[in-house]
Design a binder for this molecule. Structure first.
Ligand code: NAD
Length: 791
């Protein structure tokens, strides 16, 4: 054998991580008492346990207490008892606890990493170098938020008792993402890890005991879906934070509808990994390995769809295959392992089933020629080519080591393909031309975009998705808001409209020329599809006029017009600002007319009517001014990278306006949505819609592009239901009766649109709560674009 042959024949020797400490910890613990409730270790009230086993061998690791409804109730009770003192403690006191947790975790860093790899199957390199350090960083980062809470989040208080349910793919890291911000905000928590991976959460609870976390502030309960559902449905919980599958996320959205519980959902993904033809191909291959084979592909933001430009596709795929052949599949505790076992046999079977179905649908699946270990739930890295956009491997989250590949001709097609998914969690863009990459990034419907990189995370940078990847962010400033509550609406309960509530009792006197208010769709005044009208009464019960009775078809037309309007979201913030100022100017020119209308319809005194018009103009001014000021941020995570936290419009936003102060509420809701570049489908007050229909001409004169604002009059509850079920509506704001609000939340699960309701209460639209940043925050998605720098 010559030197060259010897060199090529060289292989890695075994490099096992010692597991004796972890085994000693496992042997010493009584897992039948693994529920950490009120600072004590308890068995499940039912005495039940479940098995957790080792994915690399299938061997049993522990029989762990399986919480039932009674245990969840005890945990919520403990959290509620601990909450007042904890939330009233100083930010500094809470910061010290968070810091102590972080430092204690650091002291046991290796034990955490080894246990995580044993329980989950992830390579030790990943748990040691990524999961555990990031989890620690999360606690230490959030110590700072605890201390600056009052200054940074004025007017906010902790949301209360928080129920948190997490998945098995990053057991400790997901725990950290949940618990650290909750504690910083002053909340008490009940957290349930996934049933496949309970161990590091148990070790974490031990850390809490030692780090001075007051009893009851952190409760960690073990169990499966039933325990999760008991947390979600418990009336003593004020917020649910869930990470897991979109399927369960939708169940939770429905279960919490109308409960008033705050909700954040971090769900699945089908993220695009886009390689443009000028990319550094070797770097992109390394990125791809990390993007899809990190944690065996069991990663919510895995770059599971490779989109590669046609001209380089063959060369790139050839490089990927060579690299795949060198991936080392083996024991998670070997430091040279790239790919460990999947978490469980059920997951392995699911992955195999999806590959078989993908192949049946025409995909060509390739795997390197490598032997798998003889025990455990291993699966070879798999490359699927000839994948049609509708193939199951291109559409479904596989959550395994499977890469689906497609090619594209130009940048526009790449963006279209990338966005051709119901998910919107993450994306990677590879190009040596950073201008081009930053041109593509904002056009991708994803909460995180990595330029020339992948899987970069940091506690200071929000993480979370668009569309069916869920809503809410974890990490950073935006993540803190998830655990804080502003003052709830204190206005009176909104009564449901009855069919007769707006019916006039007397006819008009016939002295004026009839003015027929139509609907306002796509910049045009159009007749309602059904050709029915709704009579509008004056305050004295006379006929003030008639408006179109909008129906399902009108809403669909309005949504289509809003979706088609590109001029508004693509306009510069300064341009939008000028248009909103112009809107205010034009409304001001007709102030007397609107004031008279308010007097006629609502019966308010002339002075109050005049004030409402003035306040409406002032509010337009406010949002015109904020349009180019409510901007994103630049984060500097601890790496050679800048993260641009961009504020992007949510998209098409449906708005259901209440009856009180009908002009002011309409402007207060529509203006912030418009300011941030959303297009709007608004349903004005059912009782006094003429205030909105009178605005048509003002809107037409104000240079607002066609389709940016669409107004459909009619029965609010019915139209709200259509908006809630419409999959092309991205956000929905509902100030209506409690039942309509609850239905809007429950009906939103089709595309998991962002629903914001007043929970059946109205606002005093003149108050400071009815304007400002709280509204703008609802009108945006934060997209974090990571841009590495340096040679
Ligand atoms: P899963 O939805 O099956 O389970 C997640 C958790 O929910 C588990 O703790 C489970 O016991 C619990 N659960 C199951 N049914 C429930 C119910 N009806 N009510 C309440 N709780 C219930 O997901 P999984 O298989 O454990 O995890 C994989 C999924 O998690 C993937 O879809 C992945 O994309 C997603 N994930 C998302 C993120 C993110 O940040 N977006 C991060 C990690 C994982």
């Amino acid at each position: 054998m010559n030197i060259l042959e010897r060199y090529h024949a060289m292989d890695y020797g075994p490099a096992p991580e010692a597991r004796n400490e972890a085994d000693a910890w496992l042997a010493a613990r009584d897992f039948s008492k693994a529920l950490f409730i009120d600072g004590a270790w308890k068995a499940a009230a039912s005495g039940k346990t479940f098995d957790t086993s080792e994915p690399s061998s299938g061997k049993l690791l522990a029989k762990v207490s399986d919480a039932g409804a009674a245990d969840i109730d005890a945990a919520v009770t403990a959290a509620a008892k601990a909450l007042p003192k904890w939330s009233a403690s100083s930010g500094y006191a809470r910061a010290k606890v968070l810091y102590a947790i972080g430092r204690a975790m650091q002291r046991h860093q290796r034990l955490f990493a080894v246990l995580e790899s044993i329980d989950n199957g992830k390579p030790i390199r990943e748990s040691r170098d990524i999961d555990v350090p990031l989890a620690i960083r999360h606690f230490i980062h959030h110590a700072g938020w605890a201390q600056t809470l009052e200054k940074d989040f004025p007017g906010h208080k902790p949301v209360g008792v928080v129920g948190q349910v997490i998945p098995w793919n990053f057991p400790l890291l997901m725990l950290a993402w949940k618990i650290a911000p909750a504690l910083a905000a002053g909340c008490a928590v009940v957290l349930k890890p996934a049933e496949f991976t309970p161990l590091t959460a148990i070790l974490f609870a031990e850390i809490c005991e030692r780090a001075g976390v007051p009893e009851g502030v952190v409760n960690i309960v073990q169990g499966g879906p039933e325990a999760g559902a008991a947390i979600v449905n418990h009336p003593g919980v004020q917020k649910i934070a869930f990470t897991g599958s979109s399927e369960v996320g939708k169940i939770i959205r429905k279960a919490t509808a109308g409960s008033g519980k705050k909700l954040s959902l971090e769900l699945g993904g089908k993220s695009a990994f886009i390689v443009l033809e000028d990319a550094d191909l070797d770097s992109a291959v390394e990125g791809l390995v990390d993007g899809i084979w990190f944690n065996q592909g069991q990663v919510c933001c895995a770059g599971s769809r490779l989109l590669v430009q046609e001209g380089i596709a063959d060369a790139f795929i050839a490089k990927v295959k060579v690299r795949m052949s060198r991936l080392r599949v083996g024991s998670p505790l070997d430091k040279n392992t790239d790919i460990g076992p999947l978490v469980d046999r059920t997951q392995l079977d699911r992955v195999k089933g999806l590959i078989a179905e993908g192949a049946r649908q025409g995909a060509v699946c390739w795997q390197p020629d490598a032997a798998l270990p003889t025990t455990g739930y291993y699966h070879l890295p798999t490359l699927a080519t000839s994948v049609a956009p509708a193939n199951i491997l291109a559409q479904e989250e596989v959550f395994g080591p499977v890469l689906a590949t497609m090619s594209f001709r130009n940048t526009e097609e790449a963006i279209e393909l990338a966005n051709n998914t119901r998910y919107g969690l993450a994306a990677s863009v590879w190009s040596e031309n950073v201008n081009l990459a930053l041109h593509v990034a904002p056009q991708l419907k994803a909460g995180v975009v990595w330029v020339n990189g992948t899987n970069m995370f940091d506690a200071a940078c929000g993480f979370g998705g668009y569309r069916e990847s869920g809503f809410g962010r974890e990490g950073g400033r935006e993540g803190m808001f998830e655990y804080l509550a502003a003052k709830p609406p204190v206005g009176s309960a909104i009564k449901p409209a009855t069919a007769t509530s707006a019916q006039p009792v007397e006819q008009a006197d016939g002295s004026a020329i009839d003015r027929t208010a139509k609907l306002f769709i796509g910049g045009k005044q159009v007749r309602p599809d059904g050709n029915y009208s709704l009579a509008v009464a004056t305050a004295k019960g006379k006929l003030a006029g008639e408006v179109g009775l909008g129906n399902r078809k009108d809403i669909r037309d309005a949504v289509a017009a809003a979706r088609a309007c590109k001029a508004w979201p693509e306009a510069t913030a300064f341009n939008r600002s000028q248009v909103l100022y112009y809107f205010a100017e034009n409304l001001s020119g007709r102030a007397d007319e609107f004031a008279s209308r308010l007097v006629q319809l609502t019966g308010v005194a002339a002075k109050a009517a005049r004030e409402e018009v003035e306040q409406s103009i002032e509010r337009l001014f406010l949002y015109a001014g904020l349009t180019d000021k409510f901007e994103g941020r630049v984060h500097q995570p601890p790496a050679r990278v800048v993260t641009l936290a961009l504020h992007e419009p949510v998209g098409v936003v449906g708005i259901v306006a209440p009856d009180n102060q009908p002009l002011l509420n309409f402007i207060s809701l529509v203006a912030p949505a418009l300011a941030m570049g959303n297009t709007v489908v608004a349903i004005p007050s059912e009782r006094d819609p003429l205030l909105a229909t009178d605005l048509y001409q003002v809107i037409e004169y104000s240079d607002i592009p066609a389709g940016a604002i669409n107004i459909v009059t009619g029965r609010s509850a019915e139209l709200c239901g259509v908006l809630a079920k419409h999959d092309d509506v991205d956000g929905l704001w509902v100030f209506a009766d409690a039942d309509t609000c609850a239905k809007a939340e429950a009906d939103s699960i089709g595309n998991l649109k962002r629903v914001w309701t007043g929970n059946g209460r109205s606002l005093d639209w003149t108050s400071s709560e009815a304007a400002g940043e709280a509204f703008l925050r609802r009108a945006i998605e934060v997209k974090n674009v990571w841009v590495p720098y340096g040679d």
